[in-house]
Write a protein that binds this ligand. Structure first.
Ligand code: GLP
Length: 244
């Protein structure tokens, strides 16, 4: 695992954007796995800036997002489709048909999960998977206790995740309890992984990821078994590992 510790959130985002832009330069038709949450926002802003100012070209890029809340339609401001359109896709020259998120409104969720996996396989798999990190060590919505053998699946969100994500909603009661998430198996099949973590609230999970044993108590620890992982952290997120 390669580890880059940036001074602050801005520098972390810049470094992450560089990794993504370099990969696009090497493979214009790259398949990107993308994450939502607060952490990658400035990375997306930086990529948008490079698109506008330096012509970074997304016209052949294909994307698959990690997860989506069940029951939130695309126009709901808390859906991850809305987040991606608003914070990234509509500002770059990506083709809408090349952007994928699990369909949160699917009647048959299991079939939707299988279809999502088929679509990923159909384009040759994910080249670069961008990940955030939950405070409890989740990646995507793969919560503590998750079965590492699962591919895309229906998730019952952990109480801690509901509480943490309530900041985006009017009330905690409005946070969906269910989501569709890429599984650990799907994430581990990505050719490269770029995990971002910012802020002291992630420091414990980062410590486990770097120094702990592989355990589904902290799902991100599975990444120790992947051959091409880069962590891009800011100093607060890295505070325990740098002291260790
Ligand atoms: C959410 C998302 C994850 C994200 C994580 C961290 O629950 N499903 O994909 O990485 O939480 O979010 P944030 O970056 O806002 O801390």
């Amino acid at each position: 695992m390669r580890i880059f510790v940036a001074k602050n959130y801005h520098d972390m985002s810049l470094e992450a954007a560089k990794v993504v832009a370099d990969e696009i330069a090497q493979k214009p038709g790259i398949v990107l796995g993308l994450a939502t949450g607060e952490t990658p926002l400035a990375m997306y802003r930086e990529l948008i800036r490079w698109h506008r100012e330096e012509g970074l070209d997304f016209s052949q890029v294909i994307t698959f997002n990690l997860d989506e809340y069940i029951g939130l339609p695309p126009e709901n401001i808390n859906s991850y489709r809305y987040y991606m359109q608003h914070n990234f896709f509509r500002h770059i020259n990506i083709k809408l048909k090349n952007t994928h998120l699990p369909n949160a409104m699917a009647v048959d969720v299991d079939e939707e999960c299988r279809e999502y996996e088929r679509q990923i396989a159909g384009v040759g798999g994910i080249d670069l998977q961008v990940l955030g990190l939950g405070q409890n060590g989740h990646i995507g919505f793969n919560e503590p206790g998750v079965d590492f053998a699962l591919s895309t699946h229906l998730v019952h969100l952990a109480a801690a995740t509901i509480a943490s994500n309530a900041r985006f909603f009017a009330a905690e009661s409005e946070v969906p309890r269910l989501a569709i998430s890429l599984g650990i198996k799907s994430i581990m099949q990505a050719k490269k992984i770029l995990l971002l973590a910012s802020g002291s609230s992630k420091a414990r999970a980062v410590y486990e990821l770097v120094h702990g044993a592989v355990s589904n108590n902290t799902p991100a620890t599975i990444l120790k078994l992947h051959q091409d992982v880069q962590l891009v952290l800011d100093e607060p997120a890295a505070m325990h590992i740098s002291r260790a």
